[in-house]
Design a protein around this ligand. Structure first.
Ligand SMILES: Nc1ncnc2c1ncn2[C@@H]1O[C@H](COP(=O)(O)OP(=O)(O)OP(=O)(O)O)[C@@H](O)[C@H]1O
Length: 200
């Protein structure tokens, strides 16, 4: 997919300026930058959730989006939370649960799962959709260090296995590193993308 953005404003306020961004299967990008700079806004544009901007978005890629809040179906168990949105059968959903370490939790409702488990369920649902590109908005925030490290390793493994591309929004460069994602920095007002200077 390719985005050629000319401008994104909220009312009179320019938030994002001219920038272009392209990602394909197998490629991993991380969008870094301070709070309020426009990272989530950029991701929502890439996801097709915000069409109110000047520019164009091309590509017929299958997308899956993982948000900071897991956004699960509260009255459905873990299996149905994967099977209903993706259209896969229950056996496939169970297999995805096992792959993210949730074997034995198949019949639980989201409220019976910890935040880390809910995040893994959302991750399983995203991969079960068979995306070409996975879009992630701060999916590792507010997890304890061990849980975040395990989920990063799991995401890395699933991306490698599936061959899906990645656009990760994060304020933490270590997450970009852990996922072998090329860091792009959003900076300025309105914000534009800068490739981070490499140290090596
Ligand atoms: N729906 C909206 N209406 C008006 N302003 C908005 C809207 N959504 C975001 N903004 C503003 O646009 C700017 C960019 O917000 P955005 O959420 O994209 O930043 P961010 O870099 O993702 O921040 P954070 O890291 O804190 O999530 C902020 O100043 C925010 O207040």
């Amino acid at each position: 997919m390719r985005l050629e953005l000319e401008a994104k404003t909220f009312g009179p306020r320019p938030v994002l300026g001219g920038l272009s961004l392209a990602v394909a299967r197998g490629e991993r990008l991380a969008i870094l930058g301070p709070s309020g700079i426009g990272k989530s806004t950029l991701l929502r544009i890439l996801a097709g959730l915000d069409r109110n901007y000047r520019g164009r978005l091309d590509g017929a890629d299958r997308l899956a989006v993982v948000f900071q809040e897991p956004v699960l179906l509260p009255w459905r168990d873990a299996v149905a939370n994967i099977a209903i949105p993706t259209g896969c059968d229950a056996a496939t959903a169970r297999d995805w649960l096992a792959q993210v370490g949730l074997a034995g939790h198949e019949a639980k409702f989201p409220r019976q799962l910890s935040l880390g488990q809910q995040r893994r369920l959302a991750l399983a649902r995203a991969f079960a959709a068979g995306p070409d590109i996975l879009l992630m908005d701060e999916p590792f925030a507010s997890l304890d260090a061990d849980t975040a490290a395990r989920m990063l390793a799991l995401t890395d493994a699933l991306l490698t296995r599936s061959g899906a591309g990645l656009v990760l929004v994060t304020h933490d460069p270590r997450e970009a590193e852990a996922l072998h994602a090329r860091p792009l920095l959003l900076t300025g007002q309105p914000a534009q993308l800068q490739t981070r200077p490499q140290n090596d």
